[in-house]
Design a protein around this ligand. Structure first.
Ligand SMILES: [Zn+2]
Ligand SMILES: [Zn+2]
Length: 361
């Protein structure tokens, strides 16, 4: 497809919409106007992937109830082709294949101005605050586009946004030749383990409760996999690190116990990057576990744009990652509720969804 004719004023499509204050998504027919703001682009979605955030929206958990304004087309991880651009768009063109940074930032606040747009105080998220990509078409600002190579499998291109969370978490502290612990091997944690290996970590130790995910992370080639239900995690990590502890710990689980434990196996002067969101308060002995041990802690939000995206692109194009194994399910987009069920079960890696042109009557 190479752009729309000028007389196409609207497009009709099927979309996965959150329109009821209850569990699940509705699969509905929608029209989308092809009118664009000056700096906006219209995209035809080729592949999309299902995020943990989409699981919260699927479940309609307390966070989703508070945050969302229904009805909303969900989804924020995708690869697609630009089919129309707004009048003042200059950075991308019709025909470009892109993925998107899902955080729409203001460009004007103190944080955006100093290049820290990942903590923009006016952030909006595609598929959370604006209509998203679980549809045939969506509109986003040109500044959120990142151009893809058409040589890479679109399945892999669809998971670059969550891969970016993994890249942000794993690369904030240097991991080359270091011992890295990955706590929690959901889809982003597994990607984190894969990124750490690809970037030359000396030893990658993965910790995960779920058997399916332990098998998956073992399959991509990490050095050690620990089941915290059957093993003493602190003892095992110390054994694996010559009694010194891990140089870098990447926390993806959000588990209170896992977080409280990790400070007992991070090395003196070591680093902790935290992405998982705990729902409970964490109790730590700050004096003895953090301050006197000289530990650095970094909170990971979103991705640093554009630098994390260049790393993502390099890694995806290098072929060093095991995205083929990490993507465990590929479903037609209309099976969105099945994707929600599978993700809730914990027995999956990444789920990729493929939209079609058919309109259900
Ligand atoms: Zn996501
Ligand atoms: Zn801002």
């Amino acid at each position: 497809m190479t752009g729309l004719s000028d007389d196409t004023k609207t497009l009709t499509m099927m979309a996965a919409v959150k329109d009821q204050p209850q569990k699940g998504f509705s699969w509905v027919k929608k029209t989308i106007s092809t009118d664009l703001a000056d700096h906006e682009v219209l995209i035809k979605v080729i592949t999309a992937s299902f995020c943990g955030t989409d699981t919260h929206i699927y479940d309609y958990n307390p966070w989703a109830q508070k945050r969302l304004r229904l009805p909303l087309t969900v989804g924020h991880e995708f690869a697609g082709e630009i089919i129309k651009v707004g009048k003042k768009v200059s950075m991308v063109h019709v025909g470009d294949h892109i993925s998107a940074e899902s955080h729409i930032i203001c460009g004007e606040c103190e944080f955006c101005k100093r290049g820290e747009g990942h903590v923009c105080e006016n952030t909006k998220i595609i598929g959370v605050d604006t209509d998203g990509c679980f549809a045939r078409y969506l509109k986003i600002p040109e500044q959120n586009c990142f151009i893809n190579s058409t040589k890479v499998d679109p399945l892999f291109l669809s998971v670059q946004e969550p891969l970016g969370n993994a890249v942000h978490t794993v690369t904030h502290f240097p991991v080359k030749d270091k011992t890295v612990v990955i706590v929690g091997c959901g889809p982003i944690g597994i990607m984190g383990a894969d990124v750490a290996k690809a970037l030359g970590a000396k030893k990658v130790i993965a910790i995960e409760l779920n058997e399916y995910r332990r098998n998956l992370v073992a399959k991509i080639g990490v050095d050690v996999v620990i089941n915290p239900l059957t093993e003493d995690v602190v003892k095992r990590v110390l054994e694996e690190t010559g009694g010194k502890g891990a140089d870098v710990v990447c926390e993806f689980s959000g588990s209170k116990t896992a977080i409280e434990t990790l400070f007992h196996y991070v090395k003196l002067g070591g680093c902790v990057a935290m992405l998982g969101l705990p729902s409970k308060n964490i109790e730590l002995d700050f004096s003895n576990d953090i301050i006197f041990r000289g530990i650095s802690i970094y909170g990971v939000v979103g991705r640093r744009f554009p630098e994390n995206w260049y790393t993502i692109k390099e890694l995806v194009e290098s072929g060093k990652l095991h995205l083929k194994d990490i993507i465990t399910h590929v479903l037609p987009l209309k099976d969105i509720n099945r994707a929600g069920e599978i993700m809730s079960s914990g027995n999956s890696g990444k789920i990729v969804l493929i939209p079609g042109d058919e309109i259900d009557e």
